[in-house]
Design a protein. Structure first.
Length: 236
């Protein structure tokens, strides 16, 4: 068992959890707001998290407006496709994608006459860098419905290389064979490494490849905002 207070399982053969796993365990015990604050405090001396070098891109009101635009795009598409909206499902990629999917579901409900099914998809074990990236404990997929014959909208915060979407498509196969899958993203940025394109887009943005678009959303973070951080870290 891990030496952290949660006493979660640790990798076989190790007397103690590596620091990255122990930190992950402790972070999971914090409330979302506290976790966000701790992350900022821990990153004061890290280039990617220094508030002084962050460039604000979008505030809460602008995020809400972008989601309304995405909602309108989805409604037009569903009408053109003559889709049975009673079977529609929204699947968000954890973590920010699931928050956006939930918000889109709430926006679509008055227009459709009912609330679409919403699920959260964990792609940790399906990523092509899973063996090279720092060890992380999967949060798990929260989706208590099958996808067979359903129109599905996959939701994520940022589409960059296309690798996260590729992993998500692999993960979704475990839940059935959808009628079709469409992709909705808050931000579409240049830098594709896989042949992936978004069907519904809130904003298209061109930034330096070495920068990352940092999306913060309640309740996971303390506020709704989007910033650009000058770091080499990639966002899928």
């Amino acid at each position: 068992r891990c030496c952290c207070p949660k006493k979660l399982p640790r990798p076989t053969g190790l007397p103690h959890c590596p620091p990255e796993i122990r930190t992950s365990h402790l972070n999971r015990m914090l409330k979302p707001a506290a976790r966000s604050t701790a992350r900022r405090q821990a990153g004061k001396n890290v280039a990617g998290y220094n508030p002084a070098v962050m460039k604000p891109v979008m505030n809460a009101a602008q995020i809400a407006e972008s989601l309304k635009n995405i909602k309108d795009q989805i409604l037009v598409h569903l009408k053109n496709e003559s889709v049975d909206v009673s079977t529609l499902a929204l699947v968000g990629i954890r973590r920010h994608g699931e928050i956006l999917a939930s918000r889109l579901g709430a926006l679509l409900a008055p227009e459709l006459g009912w609330t679409p099914l919403v699920g959260a998809l964990d792609i940790t074990l399906y990523r092509d860098d899973a063996m090279r990236a720092p060890l992380t404990i999967p949060l798990g997929t929260d989706m208590d419905f099958r996808l067979d014959d359903r129109p599905v909208i996959l939701v994520d915060d940022v589409l960059f290389t296309g690798r996260s979407v590729r992993a998500a498509l692999d993960a979704m196969v475990d839940f059935g064979r959808p009628r079709f899958i469409r992709l909705a993203v808050l931000f579409d940025r240049v830098g594709r490494e896989y042949p992936v394109a978004a069907d519904f887009v809130g904003e298209t943005i061109h930034v330096d490849r070495r920068s990352v678009i940092g999306v913060e959303l309640k309740p996971m973070d303390t506020l709704d905002q989007v910033v650009i951080r000058p770091t080499r870290e990639k966002k899928g």
